[in-house]
Design a protein around this ligand. Structure first.
Ligand code: NAD
Length: 479
């Protein structure tokens, strides 16, 4: 059994209340460990540790911060297999995905911000005619809170922590209670590389208690949050009267728009991934697929054919394409959407759970393609966040643009066309923070990342993250 503890001031601690939560393995539905059900007192202790570390850490040279972040990155890489196996067990994702995407990206997050902080600069303005010069300091905020979801556990956790500490802040962080294991391992690595005690503190527990204590803490001055839209709205409401800086990366319902003039094979192969990678549990998955009518029937046949071949299996098997859904609760939510699909639409493939011999209580669902006739249905309007996509044909660019935007979310969109002008026109008008043309999930960590509408507020990535985790102070000197 894996017993996860809080990491506070460089040491591992049981929760003060001695209350524990069960940690489930989605592949077999069994409890395989426990994690702290931390309360306000644990968060207070984490805050005190962070606050004590801040004066020294915020004055640590950029070279030294960069050196430590680089070492964290190297140690994650050196422990790739162990991290990947635990991520896969904790989350249900195929081991090859954890090995090639999640864990390498967690290492890249630290390496990227180790470099970025040495290149981050602030502005100065000469006030001509007024005999003055203004310069801006970018100062760390102090103690900041980082709260992350379960779908890309270490990947998203480190995407927040790395820029926060690179910029000189100290952190109270909470991973999802559903996937706490790799965040727990990170504590050991931080100690091994000599990250000063208290710079990073990891507190485990439920959103409604541990998370709530972080967002309500009057002296945690910024919250970087990734998770659901409803939670994001609650955090915004709580944090606003406390005047906290907020970055909210929330849900999505992304369109994948396919024109007849695209590179068909590349599109087809990528669309299988953008629909079902990580069991469709990526906020960037293209869950609404719109296909130009002239290739619709062909696409339908080929897409169903490819998706039917995806192998659903135990996440630790090397040849598994689709692992287990993350939790029983999420599994049941997905099955409810399948019921809606059965009643209201045509299911082209999938549409059922799978029992795997030896793992009968695991949360397995066949990748499911549903044909819909309108964008105005529950399946196209609500974020499902699982292995279900819808497909429907369109006739004109105006029509598909209208449908792409007719949803409350605005995270990302994918376009498949070789008509450059059309790609530029649509990219200009699609309401989303991220648009991929003829590719999907190609990430350059220097670029801004975030959504519009109910998909969030603010941007992560590159210098945007370093700007978020610093306060600008302008100094005006008259000469
Ligand atoms: P969630 O909102 O339920 O939980 C996210 C985190 O918030 C967890 O750590 C949870 O414990 C914590 N939390 C819950 N209530 C809280 C509270 N009152 N105060 C403080 N913290 C609280 O989301 P989830 O189910 O873990 O993740 C799935 C969602 O995340 C989906 O909607 C998905 O689209 C979204 N997501 C968005 C992005 C993005 O970059 N925009 C990336 C990944 C996932």
């Amino acid at each position: 059994m894996l017993k996860i503890q809080n990491y506070i001031n460089g040491n591992f601690h049981d929760p003060l209340s001695n209350e524990w939560l069960d940690n489930y393995c989605p592949a077999d539905g069994e409890i395989y460990g426990s994690l702290p059900n931390s309360g306000k007192e644990d968060v207070d202790n984490a805050y005190i540790a962070a606050q004590s570390a801040f004066p020294s850490w915020s004055q640590t040279t950029l070279d030294e911060r960069s050196r430590i972040l680089t070492k964290i990155s190297e140690l994650i890489e050196a422990n790739l297999d162990r991290f990947a196996e635990i991520e896969s067990k904790d989350n249900g994702k195929p081991i090859h995905l954890a090995k090639t995407i999640d864990i390498p990206r967690a290492a890249s997050n630290f390496r990227f911000f180790a470099h970025a902080i040495t290149q981050f600069s602030s502005e100065s303005h000469q006030s001509i005619g007024l005999d003055a010069v203004n310069y801006t300091l970018r100062q760390p905020i102090g103690v900041v809170g980082c709260i992350s979801p379960w779908n890309l556990p270490l990947y998203l956790f480190t995407w927040k922590i790395a820029p926060a500490i690179a910029a000189g802040n100290c952190v109270v962080a909470k991973p999802s209670e559903i996937t706490p294991a790799t965040a727990y391992l990170l504590g050991d690595i931080c100690n091994e590389v000599g990250l000063p005690k208290g710079v990073l503190n990891i507190v485990h527990g439920l959103g409604s208690t541990t998370g709530q204590a972080i967002i309500e803490h009057p002296d945690i001055k910024a919250i970087s949050f990734t998770g659901g839209t409803i939670t994001g709205a609650h955090i915004a409401k709580t944090a606003a009267p406390l005047f906290k800086k907020l970055s909210l990366e929330l849900g999505g319902k992304n369109p994948n728009i396919i024109f007849a003039d695209c590179d068909y094979n590349k599109m087809l192969e990528t669309t299988v991934r953008s629909s079902f990678a990580n069991q469709g549990q990526i906020c960037l998955c293209g869950s609404r697929i719109f296909v130009e009518r002239s290739i619709y029937e062909q696409f339908k046949t080929d897409f169903v054919n490819k998706v039917t071949q995806l192998k659903v299996g135990h996440p630790l098997n090397q040849d598994t394409d689709i692992g287990a859904l993350v939790s029983k609760q999420h599994f049941e939510k997905i099955l409810k959407y399948i019921d809606i699909a059965k009643k209201e639409h045509i299911i082209l493939c999938g549409g059922n759970k799978i029992i795997i011999e030896g793992y009968e209580n695991g949360y397995y669902v066949k990748p499911t393609i549903v044909e819909v006739t309108s964008n105005d249905c529950q399946l196209n309007q609500e974020e499902i966040f699982g292995p279900i996509v819808t497909i429907m044909p369109f006739d004109t660019e105006d029509e598909v643009l209208q449908m792409a935007n007719d949803v409350k979310y605005g995270l990302s969109a994918t376009l498949w066309t070789n008509d450059l002008k059309r790609a530029m026109r649509l990219s200009n008008h699609i309401q989303a923070g991220i648009i991929w043309v003829n590719t999907w999930m190609l990430r350059d960590l220097r670029t801004q990342f975030g959504g519009v509408k109910d998909s969030g507020v603010g941007r992560e990535g590159g210098f945007e993250a370093l700007r978020f985790f610093t306060e600008a102070k302008n100094i005006c000197i008259k000469y």
